[in-house]
Design a protein around this ligand. Structure first.
Ligand code: SF4
Length: 64
């Protein structure tokens, strides 16, 4: 089984939502947002990420 790289992931995490227990646990982060039809914060540019709108619609709107 592969080892979790939480510390390494945390160093690269661009999410500004505090506190979040899923930070650095990318698999949990993806599963959590997928459940709500969303994407992880790191897939959004900083000005959108900080709005906490992680919807797929918002993601599509910025990539048109
Ligand atoms: S994107 Fe969502 S689940 Fe992932 S670290 Fe940020 S607030 Fe937590």
């Amino acid at each position: 089984m592969r080892e979790c790289k939480q510390d390494e992931n945390l160093a690269k995490c661009t999410c500004t939502y505090e506190p979040c227990s899923r930070k650095g646990l990318c698999c949990e982060c993806i599963m959590y947002h997928q459940k709500y039809g969303e994407l992880p914060g790191c897939l959004f540019p900083p000005e959108v990420e900080r709005t906490y709108d992680r919807s797929i619609a918002r993601f599509v709107s910025i990539h048109k």
